[in-house]
Each structure stands twice: as structure tokens, then as C-alpha cells.
Design a protein around this ligand. Structure first.
Ligand code: AQP
Length: 326
């Protein structure tokens, strides 16, 4: 079985963009690959955060991943990145073969440097180097991601190639991205990517009341609101979300109703809200139970870290040999 690696940052609670862009795919892929999934807390340190919240967020993310169907430790491995120190060690080594110019090109660095202009730290720039280490520590060949991460996987290939060329080896494979169908889910602002840190998200375990409260005020086709008449579903994020959560009939109903002003935005949003609530209800219930009970998540993460450390220490032994360290 080919090895697959993917990670998710505990920068907040996983949202429906993370679910459609990554988690759903992760669940399906654990059947076909030797899948390793990580809660990448070291990445989450690159932006401002509250240290008193971090461990709760990591734990919550693990519970939600299990509730979504990540079947660790049976069908895959799930662990916390900082529990495996070799990630940082390999990232340092990769820093020494990664051209700075490649890092400055990264779209995510540019946009995060703008969003977090008071905290443009070295880690924000080196983020994709750590990501390359995450994948290559396990010699991951396949990386399921949303469209926003494709450039980083290209960079991981460059890092693998640079390392292999520099040291005359073929040790690291060049990983390939596997992009999910819902490539980029937009946030409730109707513009930006739905993001944990942009406060434009619906969380996977959002309460039914809160799903509706958020959707009720979500941005639709701005031109329709100004004109107070017919809308253009092609310019409306609610219509895009219907495509992800509604039946073919409902999608058609929403589009037609919007174009002819046969329905209002409120009605259109209510149907969408009900579909989202229904889709995530069983996951929410399971996640809340796991959060309450605690021991299952603790056990899964401890076993996952042990397995990951075992693979990682083998890789680092080889890498130290390749580098000629004493
Ligand atoms: N809006 C999205 N649509 C589709 N896929 C998405 N992903 C994230 N947002 C969307 C995919 O989810 C996986 C995990 O992402 P991450 O947590 O490691 O980092 P991210 O892409 O930066 O996610 P966020 O929610 O936007 O986090 P913050 O706000 O912390 O930056 C990735 O595979 C990603 O493609």
C-alpha cells in the first residue's frame, strides 16, 4: 500500500470547508492507502494564538476527526505533530536545501503576511518547509489537500529533489497532491476561502441554532440586495453551498427562484441551513460524546504518536547517515 500523509492545523474548530476539502476525502482514502493523519500544532504557532486554548483545540480536533469517520488506529494513524520531535529536526535540515526565493513565491505566505502584518515571523515563511518534513518523514507519496495547498505540495517535491540531488540519493519520493472535489469552499463573507482564522466559517459541530444564525446574515449576491429584485445565483455563495449540500431538485429550485425572484434569500438560506444541520447532526452527536468521555481520544493519540515516532526515528537515522553527521 502506498503511504499517504495529510495534516490539519488546530487554529480553530474544523469547519465545513475543512470537511469537504479534506476530512471527507481522508475518510475515503484510509481504505486505499497506508494513511497517516496529523494535527499539526507546530504550524498553528505561526500565527497569534492563545496558549490556554491550544491543548483544548487539539483534543477537540481529534474528537471531531474520529467522529467524522477517521478510524484510528484500525485503518489509519492519527497523532499530534509536536508529539513527534523529528518533524522539527527534519524541517531544519530541509531549511538548508530550500531556496529562499521559492518560499517568497508562496501565495499563502503572501496572504498570511498581509492578514497578520504585525507578526510576519520566520515560521510563517518556513511553513511549507515544515510541511515538506511532515510528509517526507513518513516518505508520503500521496497528500490529500484542498486547492489552496497545491502550491505547498509542489514545494515539497522541490525540497525532496533538492535534498536528493545535493546528497546524491533517491531517498525521498516526490509526493503528489490529491485534490478533493470541493476544491475551495468560500466563507460566509461570500469572498474569502472559508478559514478557521477568518471568522467566516460554519463549524462541523456548530449547533443547529448557530448554523441558522450564521447563514441568516451570510452574504448573498450583493447586486440582488441593492436592487431588491432578481438575483444571479452564479454570484451567490449560498447557491454554491446548495451545490454541496442539497439535492439536485433543491439546487434547481434555488437557482430558478433566485433568477426569477420567485423565492427570497431567507427561504433559500433556510433550506440550506436544514440540509447542513441534518448532514452534520450524527457527527456532532458523536464528537460531543467523545469530548465528554475523553479516554478514547487520549488512547488513539498516544498509540498514533508511538507509531509515528517509530517510523520517524527510522527515517532520521537514515537521514543522519546520508548527511554524514557524527
Ligand atoms: N475553505 C476551504 N475549502 C476547501 N478546503 C479547505 N481546506 C481548508 N479550508 C478549505 C483544506 O483543509 C485542510 C486543512 O487545512 P489547514 O487547517 O491545515 O489549513 P488551512 O488550509 O489554512 O485551513 P484554514 O481553515 O483556512 O485554517 P487557517 O484559518 O488557520 O489558515 C487542507 O487540506 C486545506 O486545503
Amino acid at each position: 500500500m502506498k503511504r499517504l500523509f495529510s495534516g490539519m492545523q488546530p487554529t480553530g474548530s474544523p469547519h465545513i470547508g475543512n470537511y469537504l476539502g479534506a476530512i471527507e476525502n481522508w475518510v475515503a482514502l484510509q481504505e486505499q492507502f497506508d494513511a497517516i493523519y496529523s494535527i499539526v500544532d507546530l504550524h498553528a504557532l505561526t500565527i497569534e494564538y492563545n496558549p490556554t486554548e491550544m491543548s483544548r483545540r487539539v483534543f477537540e480536533m481529534a474528537a471531531i476527526l474520529l467522529a467524522c469517520g477517521i478510524d484510528a488506529p484500525n485503518r489509519c494513524t492519527l497523532f499530534v505533530q509536536s508529539h513527534v520531535p523529528q518533524h522539527s529536526e527534519l524541517a531544519w535540515i530541509f531549511n538548508t536545501v530550500t531556496p529562499l526565493a521559492e518560499l517568497y513565491r508562496m501565495t499563502q505566505f503572501k496572504s498570511k503576511a498581509e492578514t497578520h502584518e504585525k507578526n510576519v515571523n520566520c515560521g510563517l515563511l518556513a511553513y511549507p518547509v515544515l510541511q515538506a518534513a511532515d510528509i517526507l518523514l513518513y516518505k508520503g507519496e500521496v497528500v490529500p489537500v484542498g486547492e489552496d495547498q497545491v502550491q505547498h505540495i509542489e514545494l515539497a517535491r522541490i525540497v525532496a529533489r533538492k535534498f536528493n540531488n545535493r546528497f546524491g540519493t533517491e531517498y525521498f519520493p516526490e509526493p503528489m497532491e490529491k485534490v478533493s472535489i470541493a476544491k475551495r469552499v468560500r466563507g460566509l463573507d461570500g469572498q474569502a476561502k472559508m478559514s478557521k482564522s477568518l471568522n467566516n466559517q460554519i463549524d462541523v459541530i456548530e449547533s443547529p441554532e448557530s448554523v441558522w444564525e450564521k447563514l441568516r446574515v451570510a452574504v448573498t449576491d450583493p447586486a440582488r440586495i441593492r436592487r431588491k429584485d432578481v438575483g444571479n445565483p452564479d454570484n451567490c455563495n449560498i447557491s454554491s453551498l446548495h451545490e454541496l449540500f442539497s439535492t439536485a431538485e433543491q439546487i434547481e429550485w434555488a437557482k430558478n427562484g433566485c433568477r426569477t425572484a420567485g423565492i427570497g434569500c431567507f427561504e433559500c438560506k433556510r433550506v440550506l441551513a436544514d440540509n447542513i444541520i441534518q448532514r452534520f447532526a450524527p457527527i456532532r452527536e458523536k464528537a460531543l460524546a467523545l469530548l465528554e468521555e475523553k479516554s478514547t481520544v487520549e488512547r488513539v493519540l498516544a498509540q498514533g504518536a508511538e507509531k509515528a515516532r517509530d517510523i520517524a526515528s527510522g527515517t532520521m537515522k537514515d537521514v543522519r547517515g546520508i548527511l554524514g553527521l557524527y
